[in-house]
Design a protein around this ligand. Structure first.
Ligand SMILES: [Zn+2]
Length: 277
């Protein structure tokens, strides 16, 4: 609480700094700058960075990141206090996206309306994921961008409103890649495995921490090839595509988060998508 008050005071102080031309601002932020995207910043080494008055982690050489929520319309205020005592603030407003509606039928009904006896298990698994996404690791593996983790037809896009077996569900926060069961899944960047487990709704599930709150997750796998606590390298095979959990057929659901903020992983990929199988 004390830390937070300190940063709020710092944010107010920022408003009284003399206005300077935007070209004079000594930090940069880049990314697709749309709803559901990850933004990456560069400030002078040793700077203190905050987002909306809340401190953000930064690497020793001044790299930091933050995410725009899928439905965010307000600006994100980045304030940077430089080691020499100066500072700058700047607002970033994400571009608004149009999300589609997708109807999915043929899902196992016990995954759309789970029976009461599995509710405690589903809640436990959701909480484990929530907690894993709270890590603010000092790593910066997210900085070098992400590769597509698997080939396949893109059968589901980020943000679509889902109606599963006629039941309105929460939006689809991930990218679906349909490919035959057994197709290899590769780590899209270096990271540390936080969860590797079989979940009721997610099926074979893996969550990788890429540093500073950036994580990626892999759902519905037929095989998981990495353990919790294991470091992984970009390109390393981490599992195989399957149809476990709430799925109509074999596909990878690939998700990305910045802490609890859902992101579209396709906006952080550094290469074109591989050809469909
Ligand atoms: Zn999906």
């Amino acid at each position: 609480m004390i830390l937070r008050r300190g940063f709020l005071a710092g944010g107010l102080a920022a408003l009284s700094w003399p206005a300077s031309a935007q070209d004079d601002i000594r930090f940069t932020v880049s990314g697709s700058m749309e709803q559901g995207s990850l933004a990456i910043g560069q400030a002078p080494a040793g700077s203190l960075v905050s987002l909306d008055g809340r401190p953000l982690s930064a690497t020793t050489d001044g790299r930091f990141c933050f995410g725009f929520g899928p439905d965010q319309t307000d600006a994100s205020l980045i304030t940077v206090r430089y080691p020499d005592g100066g500072g700058d603030s700047r607002r970033y407003t994400p571009t608004v996206r149009q999300y589609e509606e997708q109807r999915v039928n043929g899902l196992p009904q016990n995954t759309v309306t789970p029976p009461p006896q599995v509710r405690a298990r589903i809640e436990r698994e959701a909480e484990a994921i929530y907690l894993a996404r709270l890590y603010d690791s000092p790593g910066s593996d997210f900085l070098s961008g992400f590769d597509w983790p698997a080939p396949g037809i893109e059968s589901g896009v980020f943000g679509s409103r889902r109606i599963d077996n006629g039941v309105p569900m929460s939006p689809h926060y991930g990218v679906d890649m349909a490919a035959p069961t057994g197709t290899p899944i590769h780590a899209p960047a270096d990271g540390l495995v936080r969860i590797s487990a079989d979940h009721y709704l997610n099926g074979g599930f893996t969550l990788i921490d890429h540093g500073q709150g950036v994580s990626t997750a892999y759902l519905h796998q037929s095989a998981r090839l990495v353990r919790e606590g294991q470091p992984v390298r970009r390109g390393q095979m981490i599992g195989r595509i399957g149809a476990t959990g709430r799925a109509t057929g074999p596909h990878l659901h690939w998700a990305m988060n910045w802490f609890e903020t859902r992101l579209d992983p396709s906006l952080s990929t550094r290469k074109p998508k591989p050809d469909p199988l």
